[in-house]
Write a protein that binds this ligand. Structure first.
Ligand code: PEP
Length: 248
């Protein structure tokens, strides 16, 4: 049995005061339920202090592929480890589309994260145009292949994949459970063709306008193993309900 895991992606939201209130609400409510929050870099110290010893782990939303040096504005894996991070999102569609991150750069970041002992949450997913052109599977396969080529299929035993159709992120438009399940099954099948054991154990999260109201129907799909949650992860009641739906 694969476990289900929900991760929150706070994106560029929050303040010390807002985070304190959110963390104070979710920490006791999720006692005993494994979950993750991926927060902006400046707040890693705050979540480190607030969540230490709880069932909620934390991480970042991006990381440099470089270990150290003259890379102004970048944050390294060792810096994330200094603040107790266990996870890091790589290849989020906003990083790919707004900051020009290529499949190859995402693979380098994935490699760097794993080399440091962090678990990468590797985001893949197609745009609306790509879906309408019928190339969803080809796009997702290309994004996965870049990582498999760089790090090998067995590396996926130390990673999480998040399928996030770009057209469903922050739009309020969720993939139907059937649409999401179909792509999740494709991802698992593609990996199973290379290594059945890795595919069987791999956590594949769904992301894209997940909320308390639609979480349960997504989480019961056989190949959906949790969620990557943007907007709803900023609302304590929503995030708690989603985590509880996944844990059922
Ligand atoms: C995300 O940021 O990864 C995401 C899925 O956002 P939202 O839940 O707001 O669509």
């Amino acid at each position: 049995m694969r476990k289900k895991l929900v991760a929150g992606n706070w994106k560029m939201h929050g303040s010390l005061a807002e985070n304190a209130a959110l963390l104070a609400a979710i920490k006791p409510a999720l006692s005993g339920i494994e979950a993750v929050v991926c927060v902006p870099f400046p707040y890693l110290a705050q979540v480190h202090a607030a969540l230490a010893g709880s069932s909620i782990a934390w991480g970042a939303q991006n990381v440099s592929e470089q270990a150290k040096g003259a890379f102004t504005g970048e944050v390294s894996t060792s810096m994330l480890l200094d603040f107790g991070c266990r996870y890091v999102i790589v290849g989020h569609s906003e990083r790919r589309s707004l900051y020009g991150e290529s499949d190859e750069l995402v693979a380098d970041k994935y490699m760097a994260a794993q080399a440091a002992g962090l678990t990468p949450i590797l985001c893949v997913g197609e745009s609306l145009e790509e879906r309408e052109c019928g190339v969803t599977e080809a796009v997702v396969a290309r994004q996965l292949d870049a990582v498999i080529k760089r790090a090998g299929v067995t590396s996926l035993s130390r990673a999480i994949v998040a399928y996030e159709p770009v057209w469903a992120i922050g739009t309020g438009k969720t993939a139907t459970p059937e649409q999401a399940q179909a792509v999740h099954a494709f991802i698992r099948g593609k990996i199973a063709a290379l290594d059945a054991g890795v595919a069987d154990q791999l956590i594949i999260q769904y992301g894209g306008s997940v909320k308390a109201a639609n979480a349960a129907e997504l989480m019961v799909q056989p190949d959906i193993d949790g969620g990557l949650i943007g907007g709803a992860s900023l609302l304590a009641d929503e995030f708690i309900a989603i985590c509880r739906a996944a844990a059922k």
